[in-house]
Design a protein around this ligand. Structure first.
Ligand code: SAM
Length: 422
């Protein structure tokens, strides 16, 4: 096994040589958060695996042979010939053309790495095998529960695995003998300050809390509770995946969406550390949303936009989940990166941190609906300020060791059915 592959099997990150591109296997990356559990591969990839079987994610089958992509492109061009683009569509098309060859090169290199493709084939087999025995559609509904009038009264029970010697540990909320600590479930910052997985029981379901994580389950109106008393206790890395208005999420009733103007009131500046923060925002391909982020949102949050990363979505056979040039269904999403509060951004090499290389491409097989690849720890090296870094994810649906997660369903993917005992 070559060095890159063996490091990938550990870390879940495979660098495509000679390119500014990586392949990420989310389950391997997420597993670093847990001590006694591991993420269930079948649960993570169930959607991609089902769509592969039904052939519904890829509207057009894209051959792994790069020569055939050109033919697909020609066909598409012909189809689009009849439609005259309006101004907004022209801007969207120009943005696409700017990154098209970058994405093609990354995909060609990915298709050329036979060891990763053979890993993916095996992974798919593992997912299918696990799926057979699972009740995969029994979704929880933390959002609904959080909206009922009794929500402020709900409690959850936290269970930590402690030992007698830790009993007196200062500031540590270790609970012994399995009694559990009752805490208010909503609008409350809940932490697992131990270095082991903890469990939370809530309305007859069990959730896993990775080591050293915190979360607050609340509506946007309560986010101010996360603002630190002093900005030198603020966050150095802020990842945001807003519920942008989007026809597909609305049709599928996946989660509530918010009009753009709501995001202007997010207290990003107040959450940032005195020495600055790296802010990463997932943005859909809608030109209206992209222009809003660049022209209104980043200026309102005080962010200097530095570059974009691109998440290129692939299937288990290595092909793209859809045709690269399909206008309304691009097989990639953007992560916009910028800095806030950082002094002397122009001084380049003198900065105490390393800004990210421009236009990185991240390839991975999608998990559940709207679930993003875990890029957080990948960004940490580029965040300014003192170590250990304080990191937060806004509109999160999962927890990460060492991070704070906020949203109206941050425990969504923490339910025990998404995990297996090691
Ligand atoms: N990053 C997540 C992932 O990878 O799984 C997906 C986040 S999804 C795009 C947006 C999230 O924002 C959803 O969980 C949605 O329920 C939540 N959300 C929508 N409106 C909200 C509100 N008013 N307050 C808090 N969270 C909200």
């Amino acid at each position: 096994m070559d060095e890159e592959l063996s490091s990938f099997m550990e870390s879940g990150v495979y660098r495509l040589s000679g390119l500014n591109a990586v392949f990420i296997e989310p389950v391997r990356v997420l597993n670093a958060s847990y001590t006694r559990f591991r993420v269930s591969t079948s649960m993570h990839y169930r959607r991609s695996c089902k769509s592969d079987q039904a052939g519904s994610v890829a509207r057009v089958r894209v051959s792994p042979d790069p020569k055939e992509w050109k033919n697909n492109k020609k066909k598409k061009k012909r189809k689009r010939g009849s439609h005259i683009l309006n101004e907004r569509e022209k801007s969207a098309e120009n943005r696409h053309l700017e990154v098209r060859s970058l994405l093609m090169r990354a995909h060609e290199a990915f298709i050329g790495s036979s060891e990763v493709l053979s890993f993916l084939r095996e992974l798919k087999g593992e997912v299918e095998k696990g799926l057979g025995a699972m009740d995969v559609d029994d979704e929880n509904s933390l959002i609904k529960v959080g909206n009922v009038w009794q929500a402020p009264l709900y409690e959850m029970i936290l269970r930590f695995r402690g030992d007698e010697t830790d009993k007196e540990g200062e500031g540590r909320r270790l609970v012994l003998n399995g009694e559990g600590a009752h805490v208010t479930a909503f609008n409350n910052l809940i932490c697992n300050e131990t270095s082991d997985d903890a469990e939370a029981e809530f309305l007859d379901r069990w959730y896993l809390l990775p080591k050293n994580c915190c979360f607050q389950m609340s509506d946007l109106a309560q986010i101010y509770k996360l603002i630190p008393d002093h900005s030198d206790l603020g966050f150095n890395l802020i990842v945001i995946d807003p519920p942008w208005e989007n026809g597909s999420a609305r049709q599928k009733a996946m989660y509530l969406q918010l009009p753009n103007r709501y995001f202007l009131s997010l207290p990003v500046k107040q959450l940032a550390h005195t020495e600055g923060a790296l802010v990463a925002v997932w943005v859909t391909n809608k030109e209206k949303v992209l222009a809003f982020v660049e022209k209104e949102l980043f200026p309102a949050w005080g962010i200097t936009h530095v570059t974009n990363f691109y998440w290129l979505k692939v299937k288990f056979d290595g092909s793209l989940i859809g045709e690269l040039d399909l206008f309304h269904h691009r097989p990639y999403e953007r992560l916009l990166l910028g800095y806030i509060n950082v002094k002397g951004m122009d001084s380049g090499p003198h900065l105490a941190f390393k800004p990210p290389q421009a236009n990185q491409v991240i390839l991975s097989v999608p998990g559940d609906y709207s679930r993003k690849p875990p890029v957080g720890n990948f960004l940490i090296d580029h965040a300014p300020g003192p170590k250990p870094m304080k990191c937060i994810e806004l509109f999160a649906r999962e927890l990460v060791a060492g991070w704070t997660s906020w949203g109206n369903e941050p425990l969504h993917f923490q339910e025990l059915r998404y995990f297996m005992h090691k």
